[in-house]
Ligand binder design. Structure first.
Ligand code: SF4
Length: 342
């Protein structure tokens, strides 16, 4: 992986944040593009947040990008532009937890601090037979204490980079969730779960609540070759991204359209879309309205009209990208004569 060939804490930090909740194959392209545009922590600190979001659009969990940007500014303003040199200081930065801080410190500076990400939790619960939901504080404390004890017992010259990477790789490639390859595992002989045939019982699953089901309508309003987009507030879901105007109900959509002098008809309703967030599922009912002529009211200042041929570069969340790509595929964006044909 490109982030494994470096000791630059900025690059390591970026990869660690991108890899949270996101697969390696997805991260690769984003990582390269991000570094091309923001090659140093200084370059990131100097950028506007609006410049950063397009490089994260589609990766999800957008608070990560906002925190990344804030961190870069804190490093510029309070750390003389130098990344902090130990896990305890790194942890004080926004959006960096104990495990991520330890991983950065191990990879960049060889510091001896234990990590405990999701993959490593799986290895530890199985190897040491630690029962109970690792998301619960008491179980998590046992895991951290165990990880500290293991490091305390390790030889003085332990290669922290290799040890940390090895643990992460073991969890992601061998001690996998559904099919641990115990026959290929270097820890097999001492593993509690393998000896007791309990690999698939650990880690103890959390008792899951059914995710909330939420509904909304979205308006794709096209007029004179441009589409109306809404600038989301910087905090909250999809914070800082552009999105489509969104309404809690069809009634609110109809009321807003009426106030703009637009009437809806059933033919404008498109196929629905479902998007899963970590704690709820959003059911989106999209409406596509083509409008010619002046509108009665003006959308608020947090709305912009974006020309259709600029949509592909807009920083929009994944389900909105899917909707827009369905309506405005690339070939139409390139040879766009649509505005004239309506
Ligand atoms: S022996 Fe199996 S369960 Fe134990 S750590 Fe290795 S892969 Fe995981």
């Amino acid at each position: 992986m490109p982030w494994q060939d470096t000791t630059d804490p900025y690059r390591i930090w970026l990869s660690e944040i991108m890899l949270q909740q996101t697969q390696v194959s997805t991260v690769m392209g984003y990582y390269e593009r991000f570094l091309e545009r923001f090659p140093t922590v200084q370059a990131l600190a100097e950028a506007e947040q609006d410049d950063v979001m397009p490089y994260w659009a589609g990766l999800g969990y957008y608070a990560r990008a906002r925190n990344l940007h804030r961190c870069a500014q804190i490093i510029r303003d309070h750390w003389q532009g130098e990344f902090p040199k130990n896990a305890a200081d790194i942890m004080t930065l926004p959006g960096i937890g104990r495990s991520t801080a330890a991983a950065i410190a191990a990879f960049a500076y060889g510091q001896r601090s234990p990590i405990m990400d999701g993959n490593v939790k799986r290895v530890f619960t199985r190897y040491f037979g630690i029962v109970g939901d690792p998301g619960k504080r008491a179980v998590e404390q046992v895991l951290w204490k165990t990880a500290e004890d293991v490091l305390d017992a390790a030889p003085t010259g332990l290669n922290m980079k290799a040890y940390t990477q090895g643990l992460m790789d073991l969890g992601s490639t061998i001690c996998t969730r559904g099919r641990p390859a115990c026959d290929a595992c270097p820890l097999a002989s001492g593993c509690w779960a393998r000896v007791h045939g309990r690999q698939l019982d650990l880690p103890t699953p959390k008792v899951r609540k059914k995710p909330d089901q939420r509904r909304c309508t979205m308006l794709i309003l096209e007029s004179a070759g441009s589409v109306l987009l809404h600038q989301r507030p910087s905090s909250g879901i999809w914070g800082g991204l552009l999105s489509l105007p969104q309404f809690e109900s069809r009634q609110l959509l109809e009321q807003t359209c009426a106030s703009w002098g637009l009437s809806l008809n059933p033919g404008q309703k498109m196929a629905g879309l479902t998007h899963a967030f970590s704690h709820f599922t959003l059911h989106i009912e999209p409406w596509w309205v083509l409008h010619n002529g002046a509108m009665l009211g003006e959308p608020g200042a947090d709305h912009i009209w974006l020309p259709v041929d600029e949509l592909r570069d807009a920083a929009v969340p994944a389900p909105v990208r899917k909707l827009l790509d369905g309506i405005y595929p690339d070939d139409l964006l390139v040879n766009d004569e649509r505005a004239d044909t309506y």
